[in-house]
Design a protein around this ligand. Structure first.
Ligand SMILES: Cc1cc2nc3c(=O)[nH]c(=O)nc-3n(C[C@H](O)[C@H](O)[C@H](O)COP(=O)(O)O)c2cc1C
Length: 197
């Protein structure tokens, strides 16, 4: 599996979580890794190069800290500039079709805050809809994201654990959920339970 990791942290020098993930991915030596702020401190992307790297990848990882319930500006601009018509969408824009897209995100607040009635009101699944729909629009397959909550309060040990879990997630099979509605109906039938549909 050819995996491309786009690391989008505007201040990786002060990062605890994303820098740990980045170092560990580099040590694995099996990923193509692009640290955007190092390559493009002025956010002036080499669009041809970025598109070529994307074209060669089978799985694309977008790694970033959650900033204002979304991605940092450097990743938003990268997407705006690189996902062009004719490349990612519109006429002949099928170069990302069928590729896997995965988000790996560090989130400052605890998971408990991200739900209805929690202080952030919405789940991460809800807040990440624009990324999911972007994947749909470019005909990529949106994989389950890796989310590390409470990143700003994490101990070194928790960060080390998150790093191992993140690398596993990035390399994992990421099959679609095993429970389909059809399977649910079959089990219900076997158990003689009537489901209202
Ligand atoms: C500009 C900015 C915006 C942030 N917005 C959020 C946010 O919306 N939700 C949240 O839970 N954490 C937020 N945070 C906290 C970051 O997600 C947190 O600092 C980051 O995940 C830590 O990762 P790092 O150690 O790699 O920097 C924000 C931090 C900054 C600097």
């Amino acid at each position: 599996m050819r995996t491309l990791v786009i690391v989008a942290h505007p201040n990786i020098a002060t990062s605890r979580v994303n820098s740990s993930w980045l170092n560990s991915l580099v040590n694995e030596k099996k990923f193509k890794i692009k640290n955007l702020i190092e390559l493009y401190p002025n956010y002036a992307f080499d669009i041809d190069q970025e598109q070529q790297d994307l074209s060669e990848a089978e799985r694309i990882i977008l790694q970033f800290p959650l900033f204002w319930y979304s991605c940092p500006a450097i990743l938003k601009k990268w997407m705006d500039d690189v996902f062009t018509p004719g490349f990612a969408y519109a006429r002949h824009g099928d170069k990302l079709k069928g590729k896997e897209l995965m988000l790996c995100i560090s989130v400052g607040a605890p998971e408990d805050g991200y739900r209805a009635t929690g202080f952030n009101n919405f789940t991460l699944d809800e807040l990440l809809r624009p990324f999911q729909q972007t994947a749909n629009y470019i005909k990529a397959r949106f994989l389950p994201p890796f989310i590390f909550y409470q990143s700003v309060f994490a101990t070194d040990e928790q960060i080390a654990d998150s790093t191992r879990a993140m690398v596993n997630h990035v390399t994992g099979a990421c099959e679609p959920p095993s429970i389909t509605y059809e399977k649910l109906l079959l089990s219900a039938e076997a158990m003689n339970i009537a489901l209202v549909s």
